[in-house]
Design a protein around this ligand. Structure first.
Ligand code: SF4
Ligand SMILES: [Zn+2]
Length: 351
């Protein structure tokens, strides 16, 4: 599912001749992550589902190919200060394509004393007690995180619109496995959907986060939908029917959710920082001041580190009033959703 770092999603993908672009995107991202002690190992290969409309990898006929030697080479160059290694691949860590490579990767990481935490991702139906046990056995003494995409608790948005093809039953069963292990399960909660208003998107994200919390997730990671080529949100955005979420909306979700589940052990992260290919449209306050001075990025990063909600409460900028107007605007997205989705699917098939 190539998704996330620090909750962030590498919801990604390439198209056509973009393999090189993806590789260089990953290099660029790793430069930014280095100061946080993190590194992404890009594994490549195909997603075994490959149909999510919000994922650029899904419709691509030319994803970053699986290159076992390249992956092992990346592991040979992990820096001495990298504490968190994120092993990202389209689809799941347990996809059959990786059966031969997985033991080799884990063998290399086992000997890396600096790597304290290892992050993988999987679709919920592939998370079983045996697999988690095996992973823990292969990485003694290391923290392990498994990222799981739930996106929207409402199956209309999750499956009918985004076409995730995931059931709540398999999500709950993955969470049950997580509760019995020391591995941390991280639930990716989407903020935004081309068919939701800003306010509805915030409400849906909070509802999804609460569902994940009730299911026993260790971490809720908020993933704002971003505009990438080949995705349904990119398609709608091009037609003026959708915009990337506001950063104020991200703050609103975290504050609302935290307000409802304070005094609990669940960790909340603001994600979306790392995506491949680099999105052409990111969360924005449409503001020349706070969109460029980095105050939100710094606050989100510090919040992820400390869980201190005051860091988000004190954020201020004159654009807040603009966001409030959009947030309270009841104008509904276009009614011809079904037509647009069908057109998007046709475009993708032709790509
Ligand atoms: S599961 Fe969906 S989001 Fe993840 S890589 Fe596959 S198509 Fe993309
Ligand atoms: Zn602003």
């Amino acid at each position: 599912m190539i998704r996330a770092v620090a909750g962030g999603a590498l919801i990604g993908g390439v198209s056509g001749d973009n393999v090189d672009r993806e590789e260089s995107d990953i290099d660029r991202l790793n430069v930014g992550l280095a100061e946080q002690g993190r590194q992404v190992i890009a594994i490549g290969g195909r997603c075994e589902w490959g149909k999510c409309r919000h994922c650029a990898l899904a419709g691509s006929s030319d994803v970053l190919p699986l290159d076992s030697e390249g992956v092992l080479r990346q592991l040979d160059h992990v820096g001495p200060r990298v504490e968190t290694l994120c092993l990202y691949t389209p689809g799941s860590w347990w996809k059959s394509e990786l059966n031969d490579l997985r033991p080799q990767i884990l063998g290399k990481i086992r000997g890396m004393v600096q790597a304290k935490t290892v992050v993988v991702e999987a679709r919920s139906d592939l998370i079983t007690a045996d697999r988690i046990r095996e992973l823990e056995k292969a990485l003694p003494g290391k923290g392990i995180e498994v990222g799981v995409g739930l996106d929207h608790v409402n199956s209309y948005f999750r499956n009918d619109i985004l076409n995730r093809g995931d059931s709540r039953r398999s999500y709950l069963s993955a969470m049950a496995v997580g509760r019995e292990s020391t591995t941390k399960l991280v639930t990716y909660v989407a903020l935004g959907c081309p068919t939701l208003t800003e306010q509805e998107a915030v409400g849906m994200a909070v509802e999804t986060a609460i569902y994940a919390y009730d299911a026993g997730t260790d971490v809720v990671s908020l993933e704002p939908l971003q505009i990438q080529e080949g995705t349904v949100q990119g398609f709608f955005a091009q037609r003026g029917a959708w915009q990337a979420p506001w950063k104020w909306s991200m703050v609103q979700v975290i504050r609302n959710f935290r307000g409802l589940v304070s005094d609990t052990g669940v960790e909340v992260r603001v994600g979306g920082e790392v995506q491949v290919p680099i999105p052409v449209g990111r969360p924005s306050n449409r503001c020349s001041v706070c969109d460029s001075d980095g105050r939100f990025a710094v606050a989100f990063r510090e919040f992820n580190r400390t869980q201190d909600l005051d860091l988000l409460r004190v954020l201020s900028c004159e654009c807040l009033g603009n966001w409030e107007r959009v947030y309270n605007d009841q104008t509904q997205p276009p009614e011809e959703i079904a037509d647009l989705l069908a057109e998007f699917d046709r475009t993708r098939q032709c790509a």
